[in-house]
Design a protein around this ligand. Structure first.
Ligand code: ATP
Ligand code: MG
Length: 211
């Protein structure tokens, strides 16, 4: 990761299997709305809630993420979760990034509505919420009106650190992309062309031939 001198940093965690325009639109919207100096994309190593065998090898997810963000000078990528070699929890991601960033940098963890609504199931949610501010971006199909209920006892204390951000609705998910590929359908315009080319060339997701 290039050295970051900036004051406010957005952190976009995800499995990115594969990365798609929903991730990129959310990250760019957060950067602009909160005047963030950069966004660090952090591909998950071994995600706790996903079966390891069903996740594409880390090197492919890392390279697809890199290809997707390359054209945006504000976007960076970090290997902290990939290099950990054990299951990835956000509390570890934030602890490791904190060590790499300038001490006075403000960290904003960016999540989609679906992810923030599950925060109580994360490891040490209270600590996670005190380590970074949160930008919860809207996502089609997931209502953030349930947020206070989802946060339960933590809502009162942490509501000021969770910022809801309306972003252009993008009804794309990696699950849907994987399904389309398995069915031999097109994913053109759902992912950047560079990512599509990589998927084709590497024959990921069972792709045979040009898609
Ligand atoms: P999967 O279907 O495999 O879970 P996904 O599309 O949800 O994939 P993730 O890598 O799980 O992608 O998501 C990383 C982060 O990006 C999460 O916080 C998620 O909520 C957010 N996100 C993903 N897609 C969108 C979208 N279309 N709009 C807004 N946020 C999104
Ligand atoms: Mg997801």
């Amino acid at each position: 990761m290039a050295e970051i001198k900036a004051g406010s940093v957005g952190i976009m965690g995800g499995t990115f299997d594969p990365i798609h325009y929903g991730h990129l639109v959310a990250a760019e919207a957060a950067r602009e709305a909160f005047s963030l100096d950069s966004i660090i994309f952090v591909p998950a190593g071994i995600p706790p809630h996903k079966d390891e065998k069903e996740v594409t090898p880390a090197r492919h997810r890392y390279l697809m993420t890199l290809l997707a963000i390359m054209s945006n000078p504000y976007f960076q990528i970090s290997r902290v979760d990939l290099d950990r070699g054990r299951v990835t929890y956000t509390v570890d991601t934030l602890t490791d990034l904190r060590k790499e960033l300038p001490p006075d940098a403000n960290m904003y963890f960016i999540t989609g509505a679906d992810a923030i609504l599950e925060i109580l199931s994360w490891k040490e949610p209270e600590r996670v919420l005190s380590m970074a501010e949160f930008i919860a971006v809207t996502r089609p199909g997931y209502g953030l009106d349930r947020l206070s209920k989802a946060l339960g006892p933590l809502y009162e204390e942490f509501q000021d650190r969770i910022h809801i951000l309306e972003v252009p609705p993008v009804g794309i998910s990696s699950t849907d992309i994987r399904r389309r590929l398995a069915e031999g359908r097109s994913i053109r315009y759902l992912v950047p062309e560079t990512v599509l080319t990589y998927i084709n060339n590497q024959g990921l997701y069972g792709v045979k031939g040009e898609r």
